[in-house]
Design a protein around this ligand. Structure first.
Ligand code: FEO
Length: 393
């Protein structure tokens, strides 16, 4: 397999994973992904920025071999997660002089995972530089994108930002650069929603920090390279800074149709009030789609029947997911039905302590919805619409 040239003495040497459909055994990847690694040959030293998923080590090694790389002096590890660090052991074995360059926190993680021995590390502080001769790497600590140890690497002479997961997208492609911004926007937003959104506040700081640099290319470690950096920087700016929008995200489960009937009625009532609704039947939902919808929504309404005296496990999953993703929603409510009793509302409410939201009175009914229940749903829709008018104030 061949390396792909980006600029003089700068190469993409990563692996494209067309088959991958799940990450962390949790996150759906409908479009596969790539594990990008980059080789930078300076006049005196050579650096490899990130490696690849261990199952694809042979691809990285083959690209380096075909390029005739005889010596690697530094392996820059921007992030300790195995999809980027997993091939460090093979690189260190082939290049006994190579040092692993990373943040102090990353060093401890790589040691914990047994990927390098203590004597192979060179830790770098925020803003520190490393000369490769005629090329200079600057290390920018960008923590919590999405682990605490993460950093970005800036190649000063060429103005390339190697951002690892930060600003990346899960997208398998033969295109080295972004060719379809619409497609990459969706993939990057999905990725942001699934792992970056909980760290929105610190990402605001990281974004400001990298935007102080003049950037010609952003080369992430997943997905295509951005040759129009403002495209992804502007998208991130919107996701982390903008007020939530006039949108209700409505994940629901229904066992015998009562909750579904309530949900369908509520959707219509919200439409009439001018509110956009994104509806997710949790029995068929791709949770990546749900996560993406949570990026912009002002309100989350969870729909659940009562099963075995409590909330449906599908609704519990959605509430738990929303809680860990910490979206910027401002309002939450619950709708659903029960046969004879139960603690569905209480169970769901305790699952969302991370959400800084106002709870709008739930609508929980006995059996099939009746006239007064539809009135209550109309009132809920009116209340949501009124509260959305305060957005941006
Ligand atoms: Fe692509 Fe957090 O690993």
């Amino acid at each position: 397999m061949k390396a792909r040239q980006i600029k003089d003495n700068i190469f993409w040497v990563g692996a494209v994973d067309w088959d991958r459909r799940l990450f962390d055994d949790l996150i759906p990847l409908p479009d596969g992904t790539s594990y990008n690694a980059y080789l930078i040959q300076g006049s005196e030293k050579t650096a490899l920025i990130d490696t690849v998923e261990p199952e694809m080590s042979h691809i990285l090694l083959s690209r380096l071999e075909n390029l005739g790389v005889e010596r690697i002096d530094y392996v820059i590890s921007n992030h300790a997660e195995p999809d980027h660090s997993g091939t460090i052991p093979q690189i260190l074995a082939q290049h006994p002089q190579a040092q692993v360059v990373c943040t102090p926190k990353c060093k401890n993680m790589l040691l914990d995972m047994g990927l390098a021995s203590e004597d192979r590390f060179l830790t770098v502080e925020d803003g520190e530089t490393l000369s490769l001769g005629n090329k200079t790497l600057e290390f920018i600590h960008t923590p919590w994108v999405h682990w605490p140890e993460t950093m970005s690497t800036y190649l000063q002479e060429e103005k390339i930002l190697f951002s690892c997961d930060f600003l990346g997208s899960h997208l398998a492609s033969t295109d080295l650069y972004v060719t379809d911004e619409g497609q990459v926007y969706e993939a990057a937003k999905r990725y942001y929603a699934e792992i970056m959104m909980p760290f929105r506040k610190i990402i605001q700081k990281n974004l400001k920090k990298v935007q102080e640099y003049e950037i010609s290319l952003i080369a992430p470690s997943h997905g295509p390279i951005y040759d129009r950096p403002e495209f992804i920087l502007d998208a991130y700016h919107d996701w982390v800074h903008s007020e939530p929008k006039n949108i209700v995200v409505l994940p629901y489960v229904s066992m015998h149709g009562s909750t579904r009937k309530m949900v369908e009625y509520l959707v219509d009532a919200l439409i009439e009030k001018g509110v956009t609704v994104k509806l997710f039947n949790l029995t068929v939902t791709d949770i990546g789609e749900l996560a993406m919808a949570l990026v912009d929504a002002a309100t989350i309404v969870i729909g659940s029947p009562t099963v075995l005296t409590g909330a449906h496990p599908g609704a519990v999953y959605a509430a738990y997911l929303a809680n860990i993703l910490r979206p910027k929603a401002k309002f939450v409510s619950i709708v659903g039905s029960y046969g004879w009793g139960g603690k569905m509302v209480q169970q769901l409410a305790v699952l969302i302590p991370n959400l800084k939201v106002e709870i709008i009175d739930p609508v929980v009914i006995k059996g099939r919805p009746k006239a007064e229940d539809f009135d209550a749903l109309d009132a809920l829709a009116a209340s949501i619409a009124e509260k959305h008018k305060t957005l941006g104030e």
